[in-house]
Write a protein that binds this ligand. Sequence first.
Ligand SMILES: NC(=O)c1ccc[n+]([C@@H]2O[C@H](COP(=O)([O-])OP(=O)(O)OC[C@H]3O[C@@H](n4cnc5c(N)ncnc54)[C@H](O)[C@@H]3O)[C@@H](O)[C@H]2O)c1
Length: 263
Amino acid sequence: MSSFNGKTVIITGGAMGLGLAAAKVLAQKGANLAIVDYNEEALNKAKADISSLAHQAKILTIVADVSSEEAVKNYVDKTVAEFGTIDGFYNNAGIEGKQAPIISYDIEVFKKVIDINLLGVYYGLRYVIPVMQKNGGGRIVNVASVGGIRGVVNQMPYVASKHAVSGMTKNAAIEYGKDNIFTNAIAPGAILTPMVAEAFKQVNPADPKAAEAEYAQRNPTRRLGQPEEVGHLVAFLLSDECNYVNGQTIAIDGGESNLYGNS
Ligand SMILES: NC(=O)c1ccc[n+]([C@@H]2O[C@H](COP(=O)([O-])OP(=O)(O)OC[C@H]3O[C@@H](n4cnc5c(N)ncnc54)[C@H](O)[C@@H]3O)[C@@H](O)[C@H]2O)c1
C-alpha cells in the first residue's frame, strides 16, 4: 500500500462528496492536505471529520471559489507557504448546473458551469504545474465524468465542460510529461454524493429515491458507486506507484459507459 508520508496534496471541492472521500483516504495514508472549498461551514466540518479518522494529519483549509483566478493563485501560494511544495493535485471541484433541454438552457447557468468546471480546472493547472516543475515532478488528477466521454440528456454545459476537462488532461500530459508530471482524469459514473442526490431530486422531485433505484438498475453492477471507491482510485493515481500513466481519462462507473442497449 502506497504511503503519502511527507507528501502534500491539494484537493479542491474537498468539503463534501468525492473530494472529502479522497481526503479521508489520503489522510489515512499520511498525506499533508490543503483542502479548498467555497463552503466554509462544510469545510470546517470536513476538517473535524478527517482529523477524527487520522489524528496525525496536517490539514490546511482554504476558503476559495475555483472560478476566480486570483483565489486559485492564493490557494496555491498558501499551500506552498504552509507545506513547502505540492506533490499531488486533485482538481475536483465542479457543479452540475440545472438540467434542461439545449434550446431552453439558462445561459447564465451555462456560463457558471463553464467558469467552475472548465476555467476552475484550467486555473488550477496553470498555478500548480510551475510548483511541481520546481519540485521535480508531481501527479495530477482532474475530475471529468462519464459526461466527459458520452452525452447526457439535458446536461449540455456539464457535458461540454467535462469533455474539456478530458481534453485539458491530454494537453497537460503531453506538455509536462517531460517534467515528470503525470496528469490523468477520472470519469465517475453515478456516485452517491450530495451532487447526485440533488440530480435525482431534479429527475423526480416527488420521489428521488425511485429515480435513484431506476438509475441503479441500468448499471451492470445494479448499484451506484460509493465515494470511497473513487477515493482509492484517486489515491493510486496520485501515488508514486502510478508511473507512466499519462493523459488518460479513466472511467469508474461499474462498466456502465460500455453499455449499448438494454442491460
Ligand atoms: N458524484 C458523481 O456521481 C459524479 C460523477 C461524475 C463526475 N463528478 C464530478 O466530481 C466532482 C465532485 O462532485 P461531487 O459529486 O463530490 O459533488 P458535491 O456537490 O457532492 O461536492 C462538490 C464540492 O465542491 C465544492 N465546490 C463546488 N463548486 C466550487 C467552487 N466554485 N469553488 C470551490 N468549491 C466548490 C462544493 O462546495 C462541494 O463541497 C465534480 O467535478 C463533479 O462534476 C461527480
